[in-house]
Design a protein. Structure first.
Length: 90
């Protein structure tokens, strides 16, 4: 719980911090709540709160990272082609 508390309070990424908040609410020793209640407190749906907890249980801290970054394929255009397209659009 201490490590989760520290990670929650120091996380710089807002999306990841919200996920840490859910895990922190569920695991805090003084007043733990269910995943559903934690999700509602953070502003998530109950299903998403359970999904966050499941990801944490399966993958640990890396499961809470924002997976939207670097999740696509390489860019279709080369840097030169993007520069040419930019100049054309201008």
């Amino acid at each position: 719980p201490d490590q989760i508390d520290r990670r929650y309070r120091t996380c710089p990424d807002p999306a990841e911090k919200s996920r840490w908040h859910v895990v922190w609410l569920v695991t805090r020793p003084d007043r733990p709540v269910s995943a559903t209640a934690a999700a509602k407190l953070v502003g998530y749906t109950p299903a998403w709160g359970r999904a966050v907890l499941k990801r944490y249980n399966e993958h640990g801290p890396t499961g809470l990272r924002d997976g939207r970054r670097d999740n696509g394929s390489a860019p279709t255009l080369t840097p030169e082609q993007r520069a040419e397209l930019f100049m054309t659009v201008q």
